[in-house]
Design a protein. Structure first.
Length: 238
């Protein structure tokens, strides 16, 4: 049985089981209607189909419809409900009331990127998304932007398969959490995208504690400032 079939069967099972169920319950429902069902495949597929599932999932975020609520338990994903639940989970309490804590984020504003984003009414949105990230994880960052209406995996050029991680209103977001050389590659792509009229601002997201590291990317932006003629908002997550 192919994964795409499991996708449909799991969706049907979750709906019939009231929108919340364990792996065993979903497996039991599917098994009662179809032969040759493998429990491990159901388990893996449910994990991959959850928005807070593993980064290795092959399902695009737009196809995921589950939210993991506990060990082996899932419910149908609801963007408003689960965003609030994530905020509460990471929030301390004072006198019985939640006190929202924003994640510490470093910003480097290059060529008035903040002003350009404010004109597009996107600066506060970008800031709010990134301050709300629980883990410095590529997939989670993409998912949070997607949940706010950004396009995922937006093709940069028609000639290649290159894509921005997320994109909205000529604002491209690129997330790099591995190599400094990949940063230089993204800069080159952004230069051409801006020349072709497809990019107004680049939001570049990295980490303060692992490669390529915020301070290294900031250094390289300053080194290449003669050719980086467009606004860049560099963001360092801690």
């Amino acid at each position: 049985m192919r994964d795409v079939t499991y996708y449909a069967l799991i969706k049907e099972a979750m709906s019939k089981l009231g929108g919340r169920a364990s792996i065993q319950e979903v497996f039991g429902y599917i098994k009662s209607k179809h032969r040759g069902v493998n429990r491990n495949t159901v388990s893996t597929a449910m994990s991959d189909l959850s928005v807070n599932g593993p980064p290795s999932s092959l399902y695009p975020m737009s196809k995921r419809f589950l939210f993991r609520i506990g060990r082996g338990r899932y419910e149908l994903y609801d963007i408003k409900k689960h965003k609030a639940k994530k905020e509460m989970a990471r929030t301390p309490f004072q006198k019985g009331k939640p006190v929202l804590e924003k994640k510490k984020v470093q910003f480097y504003v290059f060529r008035d990127s903040k002003k350009f984003l404010q004109k597009k009414q996107l600066f506060e949105e970008v800031k709010d998304i990134l301050e709300g990230i629980e883990r410095v994880d590529h997939r989670e960052i993409q998912a949070e932007f997607y949940n706010r209406g950004w396009t995922m995996e937006k093709p940069i050029f028609t000639e290649t398969s290159w894509a921005w991680d997320v994109y909205k209103d000529k604002v491209a977001v690129s997330v790099e959490l591995s190599l400094i050389d990949a940063v230089h590659r993204d800069f080159l792509r952004a230069v051409l995208a801006q020349k072709r009229g497809d990019l107004d601002v680049l939001v570049y997201v990295t980490s303060t504690f692992k490669e390529p590291k915020f301070h290294n990317v900031k250094r390289d932006i300053d080194i290449f400032k003669e050719i980086l003629t467009f606004p860049i908002l560099l963001v360092g997550l801690t």
